[in-house]
Design a protein around this ligand. Structure first.
Ligand code: F6R
Length: 603
């Protein structure tokens, strides 16, 4: 949540700050602002709204200098407003900061700062930090920061500048991401790598409880006591093209269409017919694993739900999926014979990261499935499997989801090879179908007309329901999340067998019910449930690979055929497209839905 950037170098800071913020806008877009040291004072320009509003404001503001910081906000403390926008400055405008995270003890700190005479202009937790630094400032911004962070509780990635010391940019990190970019005569700080790609691919990752002092020519990383730490420079393989729209109208559409390719990248050389699964450096002893916990949030949790079913079915190791925000507070029965798997596109989700730290304390073996190289979760976990889906920019996750599913198919096979619970013929058949996912995805991506027609119908509705059984139920949940988060249409997913236990009371004339009916064994049962809603007036849309004997559908959407367990990765695609087209018809911002942010770095 929130994106921060910083610049020090031989060129004017403003250009990079605005460019960088535009690349980070998916992290929050309630307000935006920059501060630049100019003519020996800090000049700040900030406004409620998206980066475009900041760009307008900057046209009439003279704010040029060689040191600066910027912020795009996802509001936590205080409504989106000009005053609550970052950067926040001390009263003499000599110190300015940007912050991503939450200061948990801010109200205690605010009281004591107010007693000491500090005046607050905003309702944010961040403003306490700048006054705290000011209270410790005796001519050395690094020392003042060092003292101030020792008073802070909570999470923070900070960029700090002072007009008294225009040769330094200070970066500090605890539990919120921060990356340092390096060029020969420019240094940068950013919350996430895409913001750097136009300038450099050489980065340092800052760890928790560390600070960095950037000058035009150097980066020094220290702990909070000033001890200098060695850090290797990392070269990022992504390029700028993979973080741009490449001719698509929106990132979400580009990312949906990219899935045949991203899934191929995820598979890489991990599976080959006639060979054992190759998960690179992963060395798990499946026979010693008593139970598996999969922990994630949102869409990643849906991938985990499919994953737990696959792992349990194929390897017979008891496996359950938990929402990270719930898992942390329910005294889980995790111990050293447990394998805990953390699924996260960004690798920064605060709840997932918190659950990972908890599982480590409990002695479990930890494995991360993430997309972002060097993210916090990858650095905390013992083992990492990267999804290699490429940067996902749209807030609504699509290609990251199908890549996470792909990893679960492969991981389930890997574990089953060791537990010897699956005969060779079945293993080979699953592998064959995994290798065929990409061409099945391409078939679905050609059915745009029928999906657009369904979108027209859905876009006029207030409520939409999704039904499914077994793995189709998880697809229904994911489809429902996708639709509601970008189109703002109320939608819910139900396990079809649960209808009669309450939800069927919601069915009335013409309410759309989208029924995911791809599981061959459960097809007849699903059709009975569809008939139940149809006879109560529902408008039924059925996703199926069986074309005959469906007399209860208003619309049937054909899905390419594969084995039951692989259906989730195929049937989700038309439903991602449906959410996309409904949102376009409603003329809403697909990539940046209201109230959301791509990376949820607060609890
Ligand atoms: C929904 C969506 C979110 C994320 C969730 C976890 O489309 O994208 O539900 O899946 O916030 O994010 P990561 O995977 O980054 O941990």
């Amino acid at each position: 949540m929130c994106g921060i950037v910083g610049y020090i170098g031989k060129n004017k800071a403003k250009k990079f700050l605005v460019e960088g913020l535009s690349m980070l806008e998916y992290r929050g877009y309630d307000s935006a602002g920059i501060s630049v040291v100019s003519d020996n004072i800090v000049k700040t320009c900030k406004t409620k709204g998206k980066i475009i509003a900041l760009q307008e404001l900057l046209k009439t503001n003279d704010i040029d200098g060689y040191l600066g910081i910027g912020h795009t906000r996802w509001a936590t403390h205080g409504v989106p407003s000009d005053n609550n926008s970052h950067p926040h400055n001390n009263s003499s405008n000599t110190i300015s900061i940007v912050h991503n995270g939450i200061i948990e003890n801010y109200s205690k700190l605010k009281n004591s700062l107010e007693e000491a005479g500090y005046k607050f202009l905003s309702d944010t937790d961040t403003e306490v930090i700048v006054h705290l630094i000011d209270s410790y400032y005796e001519g050395n911004i690094v020392e003042a920061c060092r003292k101030a962070v020792k008073d802070l509780e909570g999470s923070y990635a900070l960029g700090v500048i002072s007009s008294n010391e225009p040769d330094k940019l200070v970066a500090i990190r605890k539990d919120s991401p921060l990356v340092i970019g390096v060029n020969s005569d420019e240094k940068y700080i950013v919350s996430d790598i895409p913001a750097l790609l136009s300038r450099t691919r050489d980065v340092y990752f800052l760890n928790d409880n560390e600070m960095a002092i950037l000058t035009t020519d150097s980066v020094t990383i220290t702990d909070y006591d000033g001890k200098v730490l060695n850090r290797d420079l990392v070269h990022i393989e992504w390029d700028l093209d993979s973080a741009s729209k490449e001719g698509y109208e929106d990132f979400m559409l580009k990312e949906i269409f990219e899935q045949p390719l991203s899934v191929e990248r995820t598979i890489g050389s991990k599976i080959k017919l006639g060979e054992k699964v190759n998960l690179e450096n992963l060395k798990l002893d499946a026979k010693s694993i008593k139970n598996i916990f999969i922990i994630a949030c949102g869409t990643a949790a849906h991938a985990g739900m499919v994953g737990s079913r696959l792992i349990e079915n194929l390897s017979h190791i008891p496996t359950q999926t938990f929402l990270a925000s719930e898992f942390r507070y329910q005294e889980p029965l995790v111990d050293k014979s447990s394998l805990c798997i953390f699924v996260s596109q960004s690798g920064e989700t605060a709840d997932t990261l918190g659950a990972l730290k908890l599982c480590k304390e409990l002695g479990a073996r930890t494995l991360a499935i993430t997309n972002v190289v060097g993210s916090s979760i990858t650095r905390e976990a013992m083992d990492v499997i990267y999804t290699y889906a490429g940067p996902e920019i749209a807030v609504a996750s699509t290609k990251a989801y199908t890549s996470q599913l792909t990893i679960f198919y492969i991981l389930a096979l890997y574990l089953a090879e060791q537990t010897e619970t699956l005969d060779i013929e079945k293993q080979e058949n699953i592998k064959r179908e995994i290798l065929n996912i990409s061409s099945n995805m391409k078939k679905i991506l050609k059915c745009l007309d029928s999906i657009k027609n369904i979108a027209k119908i859905i876009s006029t509705k207030k409520d939409v329901f999704f039904l499914g059984r077994s793995l189709d139920y998880i697809t229904a949940m994911e489809a429902s999340l996708k639709l509601k988060e970008i189109s703002y249409i109320h939608s819910e997913a139900f396990a079809a067998g649960e209808l009669k236990h309450g939800p069927i009371a919601l069915i009335e004339q013409d309410v759309p019910v989208i029924c995911v009916c791809t599981n061959k064994n459960l097809f007849d049962k699903m059709i009975s449930n569809v008939k139940e809603v149809k006879s109560r007036g529902a408008y039924t849309i059925i996703l199926s690979r069986e074309k005959s004997d469906i007399d209860c559908a208003d619309i049937i959407l054909d899905i390419p055929d594969t084995i039951d367990i692989l259906m989730p990765i195929i049937s989700v695609i038309p439903l991602q497209l449906l959410a996309y087209y409904v949102t376009k018809i409603k003329n809403l911002d697909v990539d940046k839905p209201r109230n959301l942010a791509k990376s949820v770095t607060v609890e």
